[in-house]
Design a protein around this ligand. Structure first.
Ligand code: CP3
Length: 346
């Protein structure tokens, strides 16, 4: 039997919820659960740059496993970054001190298409597959491992802007001025991403999350015409039987179209009531949706907001508790532990 099909894993709370089966309690994990809010992570980072840490499969596995076991969450996520895939695509990636990712040679026009390379993940991303194998081996047998990648739009926004963005002016400028070049870029990213996430599944990841963090910047019409077909192709290309989670923020206006993506689980943020999201999204599992900034409040407030989210889920099968976006760097660890304790005790 392969590890991925082991009964303890397949009967885990998280994978049952992905399949919308009834569970004894609501499973919980947290986006960015391994990171700077943890002292142990900061100590490792003091010794080496972020990209180096991602490429060291032993340390990457250690960071994932330490976070998952310390927190007692119901799933772990590979320690990496959505942007690692831009390097083999031909972009120069760096992370400055506290200023986020930078790409030195951004994509700005159809002339740049020629330098976007096809990716052979088994060569260029083998360090991630090694980390998946090592992490899977070290995790408890009932804790599923989530592999991940960025969605085509969110990845394109980084390589076009050259970093993070508020208004996505360069991304939209290209989309409106040369939709064919924009489409060709998304197509190349999508093809590379399919092979990349399937390589993670083959190495031992039990589920795949697609992060579309910035998709909420698009109008519904632009999303439908220029982005949805690529995202749907990505999800359709994922190995059958591997549950897929599609996560975005500020997606309320896109809900009717997200039903067509083919994902098993949809992640929603806190800007929407969980039960309203579920009604709009229909027959899917739902992941979310506590505001990560609630964790900066009192413990009593954290616990009361957890109960509110659980009330909204209303005991429907297929709720995976999570934040509406990742854990923020300055978050008090005690409140993260209180959040998890409240979900588990409910
Ligand atoms: O437990 C985990 O979830 C860790 C694995 C993980 C990281 N990044 C590690 C990371 C995951 C799943 C990501 C996804 C990611 N990366 C997304 C999607 C999720 C989201 O937050 O929207 C995005 C947009 C990125 C791009 C990115 N990487 C940014 C904008 C930044 C800088 C800002 C920040 O949050 O730090 C990063 C760096 C990054 N990725 C760090 C970590 C732990 C911090 C690096 C450091 O140690 O200095």
């Amino acid at each position: 039997m392969t590890e991925a099909s082991a009964p303890a894993l397949q009967q885990s709370l998280f994978l049952k919820a992905c399949r919308r089966e009834k569970t004894d309690r609501t499973p919980i994990w947290l986006m960015r659960q391994a990171g700077r809010y943890m002292k142990e992570y900061r100590e490792i980072r003091a010794r080496m740059p972020f990209i180096e840490l991602c490429k060291d499969s032993d340390l990457a596995a250690e960071v994932t496993v330490h976070a998952a076991h310390t927190l007692g969450v119901d799933a772990a996520i590979i320690f990496s970054d959505i942007l690692m895939l831009v390097e083999p695509l031909g972009f120069e990636l760096s992370y400055g001190k506290d200023q986020g990712p930078r790409i030195a040679n951004p994509f700005r026009s159809s002339a740049d298409l020629a330098r976007v390379r096809p990716v052979q993940p088994h060569d260029s991303m083998s360090y991630v597959f090694d980390a998946v194998r090592k992490t899977r081996r070290a995790l408890r047998e009932n804790v599923p491992l989530i592999g991940f990648a960025g969605a085509p739009f969110t990845m394109a926004s980084y390589v076009i802007e050259g970093g993070g963005s508020k208004n996505f002016i360069e991304t939209k400028r290209l989309l409106y001025a040369d939709p064919a070049a924009f489409g060709a870029l998304l197509e190349k990213i999508t093809t590379a991403t399919i092979d990349y996430v399937n390589g993670q599944a083959a190495a031992g990841a039990q589920a795949i999350q697609i992060f579309d963090s910035w998709v909420g910047a698009l109008s519904p019409d632009d999303f439908r015409r220029h982005v949805l077909p690529h995202t749907r192709r990505l999800i359709a290309g994922i190995t059958p039987g591997v549950p897929t989670i599609y996560f975005g923020t500020q997606t309320n206006g896109l809900f009717p179209m997200l039903r067509d993506l083919g994902a098993n689980v949809i992640g929603v943020d806190w800007r929407v009531e969980l039960d309203a999201a579920w009604t709009a999204l229909g027959d899917v599992a739902i992941q979310g949706n506590l505001d990560p900034v609630v964790l900066f409040g009192t413990e009593a407030e954290v616990r009361s907001q957890v109960r509110r989210v659980l009330r909204q889920a209303g005991g429907r099968p297929g709720h995976i508790f999570n934040l509406g976006h990742g854990v923020l760097p300055e978050t008090p660890v005690e409140n993260v532990l209180a959040l998890i304790d409240e979900v588990k005790g409910a």
